[in-house]
Design a protein around this ligand. Structure first.
Ligand code: ACO
Length: 402
């Protein structure tokens, strides 16, 4: 019953754009997306080239510094991160305080906020040196925290980082290694995970990145801002979609594998039934990252001794959806997370860790976006307007008279 256009007139020039469908919150030089053409570039470099030829740390440097590093710059960047991978011993004790079944995303965001308690002398968002060291600390410590969140969930001891290993190998060893057993990281697995991190590294003003910027716009420190971004990412409509896709595929398999009838339920808009991993606010074409992940999933899953029946279900779902008018007319295509879960599963990550992996990949983007905002002279605190649709003035009634 509310006449929104009348309200808009009354309020003057306030724009109502729920979900920010068509409102730019900032200018940015970091990531370019053409959603109709399915193009994604970081700092001008096409995602396909970066995924094939670059490494996650090189891409992180690119996002944060607006230039590909020279060999020496990359070595210095990797070395700086390497010497910060340890957590303070007090911080290691936090992990025993969480319940065994704590969701690793909740542990990750809590521990990220807690980092600010250990580095109180270097939190000033307006001091570029303090910001730089905070970014390095986050890059270095988040994989350690992520691995500990997992170790905690299975009751295993928390290992120390092994700084002779590279970034992703170190994370994989902390996650899957055991003190009593020699554990050699499979370089093929490390390479694929590194590539998936590249694909997730930035995606302009998505929900979590906008959150990181909004919190930072109040001049909250980088740890607090990134922790807020992790919480935004945990939602099933955002980063949580990679886990939701796998749960959806498992459910279809349990129900007998009837893909067509599941698609019918989606089209009938049954409550809570969506084709997870499909659709995107910006891409109205095949997500270019999804094309790369699909190929990687095919290659990775072909190496398994036993084929994963869920991959076949995913192929069938995609095939049906891409030829169905419901999806075609709404321009719904697979997004980056339609196939990632299948790869993570083949790597032996439990479903609860999938979104944590997304967070590790997205981290350099959050840092780059936050820093860009802080350095932007036009930056001011984020403070959206609203259209008030509540009651007109009312007289207070004493409690005994109600
Ligand atoms: N399954 C079924 N129908 C869908 C889906 C889907 N996955 N996505 C959108 N639609 C339908 C909507 O019901 C709507 O239909 P209508 O016009 O009949 O009302 C239409 O397509 C437009 O969808 P909106 O919800 O308006 O699109 P919006 O841009 O707000 O949402 C989103 C984008 C959240 C990604 C949505 O497509 C979705 O929920 N997808 C599933 C979750 C998912 O995969 N999220 C990951 C996003 S990518 C990322 O964070 C990595």
């Amino acid at each position: 019953g509310i006449d929104v256009s009348a309200l808009l007139k009354e309020t003057g020039f306030v724009t109502l754009d729920q979900g920010f469908v068509n409102t730019a919150s900032t200018t940015s030089t970091i990531t370019y997306i053409d959603g109709d053409a399915g193009i994604l570039r970081y700092r001008g470099y096409p995602i396909e080239q970066l995924a094939e030829k670059s490494s996650f740390l090189e891409v992180s440097y690119l996002l944060m510094h607006d230039a590909l590093p020279t060999p020496q710059q990359l070595k210095d960047f990797a070395d700086k991160i390497r010497v910060h991978t340890l957590l303070q011993e007090e911080m290691r004790t936090f992990f025993s305080g969480f319940p065994r079944n704590a969701h690793p995303m909740a542990v990750l965001s809590s521990a990220t906020t807690a980092l600010s308690t250990f580095y109180q002398d270097a939190l000033d968002p307006l001091d570029p040196e303090q910001v730089e060291i905070s970014g390095i600390r986050l890059m270095a410590k988040l994989p350690t925290i992520a691995a500990y969140a997992y170790k905690k969930s299975i009751g295993h001891p928390l290992p120390y980082p092994d700084n002779t290993l590279d970034y992703v190998e170190n994370f994989l060893r902390m996650t899957f290694g055991l003190p009593t057993v020699q554990y050699d990281v499979d370089p093929k697995i490390a390479k694929i995970l590194d590539m998936l991190f590249i694909l997730h590294a930035d995606h302009e003003q998505n929900c979590s990145t906008s959150t990181v910027r909004l919190v930072g716009s109040a001049q909250a420190n980088l740890f607090a801002s990134v922790s807020a971004g992790i919480n935004a990412l945990s939602g099933p409509l955002h980063g949580g979609a990679n886990a939701a896709v796998l749960e959806m595929l498992e459910q279809i398999r349990k129900d007998g594998g009837d893909v067509a009838s599941f698609v019918t339920r989606v089209k009938n808009k049954e409550k809570g039934v969506k084709l997870m991993g499909f659709g995107h606010r910006v891409y109205k074409n095949y997500d270019p990252r999804a094309a790369i992940v699909k190929k990687a999933a095919q290659e990775m899953l072909a190496t398994l001794d036993k084929p994963d029946p869920l991959l076949d279900l995913a192929f069938q779902l995609e095939e049906i959806a891409l030829n169905d008018d419901y999806f075609v007319s709404r321009k719904l295509y697979p997004n980056v997370d339609f196939y990632t879960g299948l790869i993570y599963k083949a790597m032996n990550f439990p479903t609860t860790m999938f979104t944590v992996l997304f967070a590790l990949g997205r981290l350099p983007g959050w840092i780059a976006q936050w820093t860009e905002m802080m350095n932007d002279p036009a930056n001011k605190i984020g403070r959206p307007r609203q259209l008030y649709t509540g009651a007109a003035e009312r007289e207070f009634i004493a409690i005994d008279k109600r």
